[in-house]
Design a protein around this ligand. Structure first.
Ligand code: AMP
Length: 179
């Protein structure tokens, strides 16, 4: 398996969920057992010596690979969820989306000062979601935060947007946003 093959197998769905959006559909790569295992290993490899204690997944497609990567790293899994989904005491951040605001939450007791965290999402687009997730995790006073994604949508400058805010995001493959 190669990253080139993975890139070829991501399905582009034009005009979903609305006209003009080129939706990058990862269901075609997660349904392939070799590609699923390959992604888990590639997403974990760079962090094997980093002492990761928790992998944080961003709802909802961040939940697909994050637990597999966590098991691979001997870490736990922690979900970041949309507003009012988590049952116990939470902290939250709100951030601007294309239309209106979004709120994401995490359990207050999910992370602490001894944690080294890897935040994972499926796709980096503008970087807004990942920045909000980093801000949320920072509030819990963790030791160190890393971030990664499967796909970077090139042409939206998400990597640069995050870098300007001191965040490095490692992505397995880059796909042109309009490709
Ligand atoms: P952003 O906050 O702009 O970086 O957007 C990232 C989130 O939106 C990720 O959780 C992606 O799953 C989703 N997303 C954004 N653009 C696309 C796209 N073209 N295809 C599929 N998912 C997308």
């Amino acid at each position: 398996m190669t990253l080139e093959q993975l890139k070829k197998d991501v399905r582009n769905v034009p005009d979903f969920p609305k006209k003009g959006i080129q939706f990058k559909d990862i269901t075609t790569i997660i349904s392939n057992p070799e590609e699923l295992r390959f992604m888990r290993d590639e997403l974990a490899d760079a962090y094997r010596d980093k002492g990761i204690t928790k992998v944080v997944g961003i709802e909802s497609r961040g939940f697909i690979l994050a637990p597999a990567v966590a098991i691979e790293l001997g870490a736990g899994f922690v979900p970041i969820r949309k507003h009012n989904k988590l049952p116990a005491e939470t902290i939250e951040v709100s951030y601007d989306k294309e239309y209106g605001k979004d709120i994401i939450q995490i359990h207050k007791d999910a992370l602490g000062p001894d944690d080294v965290v890897l935040i994972h999402d499926d796709i980096l687009a503008t970087g807004g979601s990942l920045l909000a997730a980093v801000e949320l995790v920072k509030k819990l006073g963790v030791k160190k935060i890393y971030t990664n994604c499967i796909i970077e949508l090139e042409g939206l400058n998400g990597k640069q947007f995050l870098a300007e805010r001191g965040i490095q995001c490692d992505c397995l493959i880059g796909i042109e946003v309009d490709e």
